[in-house]
Write a protein that binds this ligand. Structure first.
Ligand SMILES: Nc1nc2c(c(=O)[nH]1)N[C@H]1C(S)=C(S)[C@@H](COP(=O)(O)O)O[C@H]1N2
Ligand SMILES: [Mo]
Length: 231
């Protein structure tokens, strides 16, 4: 079994103990759960460290692209509007629009990692793009920024992230996959990609990145999926 999944099981178990805390009875149980909670938080802090890197994989691990599933909530494959650009805004000193060429001129990051979908499949691809931290540096964040919102032109699919995870060195705005430009099935022209969150946090078909003081939920998150969704 994959190490990452094992970690998730551990957290789910710890999470169940936390839930129990709401209806606990005896002082002994309360003591136990208090200790569990403290332990749980330490475990989470260690597992979700903003600097812990996901393992990068060799080319031989790459999933054949036609076996890499493709998801979008629209009835038909989403295509970018004419004159597509990425809007970067929120509480930033320099809100602006980025063309794809602007992004390609920024420092490039490449990573080959495993993708984990909450539905149970996983697959490996190489992704090419710009770190969200690089975008944040260019935009100049206000100290009140705590969250980052990612919006798309796929029937308004969106997600929001905690700032630390968004600034993780492996969280990128990807314009390429497996050495070629991103194709429409995987989010062309630009998608969020990160190996530190479950698949549904990596918004495809990006239109906007907003640095905000508050969380704005997400398409699946607002339907009961875990908001943090760290792996
Ligand atoms: N815009 C948009 N982004 C999205 C989704 C979507 O339906 N629409 N699905 C998410 C889910 S559940 C997963 S697992 C990944 C899948 O990425 P892929 O289609 O490149 O495999 O995209 C995520 N990003
Ligand atoms: Mo997914």
């Amino acid at each position: 079994m994959d190490r990452v999944i094992t970690r998730r099981k551990l957290l789910l178990t710890a999470g169940a103990a936390t839930l129990l805390a709401g209806c606990e009875k005896s002082p002994a149980v309360r003591f136990f759960l208090g200790a569990m909670d403290e332990w749980n938080q330490k475990v989470q802090a260690a597992l979700f460290s903003p600097t812990r890197l996901a393992r990068e994989l060799p080319p031989s691990d790459t999933t054949p692209e036609d076996a890499f599933p493709s998801y979008f909530i629209s009835d038909e494959m989403p295509f970018p509007p004419d004159g597509w650009s990425l809007k970067v805004g929120g509480l930033v000193a320099k809100p602006r629009l980025f063309s794809l060429d602007d992004l390609k001129r920024a420092p490039r990051t490449d990573l080959r990692v495993r993708h984990h979908c909450v539905e149970g499949w996983s697959a490996v691809a190489a992704w090419h793009g710009v770190q969200v931290s690089e975008i944040a540096k260019m935009a100049g964040l206000d100290p009140r920024v705590r969250f980052v919102e990612f919006k798309s032109f796929d029937s308004n699919y969106w997600s929001s992230w905690d700032l630390e995870s968004a600034l993780h060195p492996q969280t990128i705005l990807a314009y390429g996959m497996n050495g070629h430009p991103l194709y429409p099935d995987h989010g062309a022209p630009l998608r969020l990609y990160s190996p530190v969150k479950l698949g549904y946090k990596s918004v495809k078909y990006l239109t906007e990145v907003n640095f905000l003081p508050d969380s704005t939920g997400g398409y699946w998150e607002n339907q009961g999926y875990e908001w943090f969704a760290g792996i």
